[in-house]
Design a protein around this ligand. Structure first.
Ligand code: PLP
Length: 400
């Protein structure tokens, strides 16, 4: 009898976490490493949020809470959905977990049966297919190439839906491409979904606030209220308020789904960190200046990185609408040999050679299901980004 379960052997460790770990190891060995592999804002959590956490500790808010979140946080989340998305959710339609990742995990584990299909546009966030596989489901990966703006088209969605389709996972703005759907593009998809009542929508809105050039964010249940009874709208404080380590994410949807997710959480992690829940209330109800400031900083960095990468021979980088990633193509470098003598057979070979020869850590596109690309996270200082761009430029110049 095998010791490890079939379920665990179906999944692999997160490649982005692995790359960030590899970069940290090399740094510890004394190498001059610029890590553009992690998906987290490089800013500090705003002061009023930190203060709220300290106050919660001093007030004795250090015990277990209701499994899926305290009442005032659920209310703050309802108010946020009403304020930002014109979505009318009641507190018992809201679930709070240890990060958006746990919300996704709970939702998929609570609903996916063996053989159920989950449509995942690629490039995708690395955890989606693995969580689906863990649940015994079938990830149906739909390639969305740069020519389509890395966006799923209505035709591709329509063709992929079968009677076994349970969910469509839609992440806008996207990790790793930064692509976002405007109202019209979203409506083209929701129109298809309206014709297929068995398909639920998992809207991963975690980068909602990181949109540039005046882009208007749209979420499926807002664009098509007819989908509200089969949509889970997921969000969190990690990216919006530089709170990745606090581990608070949330989702809102139909009560039966929310209750099932809470049941799963009651038998796994119990409540998300009590102190972090109080911090999240301060984040959602307090001053929102950080959102504007970080958006401006990220837009400036995006422009610098897109220009820097497009100046590199063989690299072609689209300008994304949001998040803090770019997803350039290296089609022009495949088959060539780097100055250090590595034949670039695929994007993994490119990322490995780039790290070894220049000390710049990025994540190869195959990890996100669409090659030949690589992901650059520009959640790093302007200085680090400038230096990284010049190293990548030197790396790409003068190849055989
Ligand atoms: N969804 C996407 C697309 C992400 O990029 C991430 C984090 O990298 C998450 C969800 C989960 O974030 P958290 O668990 O920190 O809320």
């Amino acid at each position: 009898m095998a010791f490890l379960s079939d379920a665990i052997t179906r999944i692999k460790p997160s490649p982005t976490v692995a790359m960030t770990g590899r970069a940290a190891e090399l740094k510890a060995e004394g190498r001059d490493i610029i890590a553009l592999s992690a998906g987290e804002p490089d800013f500090n959590t705003p002061e009023h949020i930190r203060d709220a956490a300290k106050a919660a500790i001093d007030a004795g808010q250090t015990r277990y809470t209701t499994v899926d979140g305290i009442a005032p946080l659920k209310q703050a989340i309802c108010d946020k959905f009403a304020r930002d998305n014109w979505l009318d959710y009641a507190p018992d339609q809201v679930s709070v977990a240890s990060g958006g990742k746990q919300i996704l995990f709970n939702a998929l584990m609570a609903t996916v049966n063996p053989g159920d299909e989950v449509i995942i546009p690629a490039p995708y966030w690395v955890s989606y297919p693995d969580i689906v596989a863990l649940a015994g489901g079938v990830p149906v990966v739909l390639p969305c190439p740069a020519e389509d703006g890395f966006r799923l088209t209505a035709d591709a969605l329509r063709d992929a839906i079968t009677p076994r389709t349970k969910w469509l996972i839609l992440n806008s703005p996207s990790n790793p491409s930064g692509a976002a759907y405007d109202d019209t593009q979203m409506r083209a998809l929701t129109d298809v979904l309206m014709a297929h009542p068995q398909v639920w929508v998992l809207a991963d809105d975690i980068y909602e606030h990181l949109v540039f050039d005046g882009f208007a964010f749209a979420t499926p249940a807002q664009v098509e209220p007819g989908l509200i009874d089969r949509t889970l709208t997921m969000n969190g404080v990690s990216k919006a308020y530089a709170m990745t380590g606090w581990r608070i994410g949330y989702g809102a949807g139909p009560r039966a789904l929310i209750r099932a997710m809470a049941k799963l959480q009651s038998q796994s992690t119990s409540n998300p960190c009590t102190i972090s829940q109080y911090a999240a209330i301060a984040a959602l109800t307090g001053p929102q200046d950080y959102i504007t400031e970080s958006r401006e900083a990220f837009q400036r960095r995006r422009d610098m990185v897109v220009a820097g990468l497009n100046a590199c021979p063989g690299i072609d980088c689209a300008t994304p609408q949001g998040a803090f990633y770019v997803y350039p193509s290296i089609a022009g470098l495949i088959g060539r040999v780097s100055a250090g003598g590595t034949k670039i057979t695929d994007d993994e070979a490119f990322a490995t050679a780039l790290l070894n020869e220049t000390g710049v850590a990025v994540v190869f596109g195959a990890a996100f299901g669409l090659s030949p690309h690589f992901r650059v996270s520009y959640a790093a200082s302007d200085e680090a980004l400038r230096e990284a761009m010049s190293r990548i430029h030197r790396f790409c110049a003068g190849w055989q």
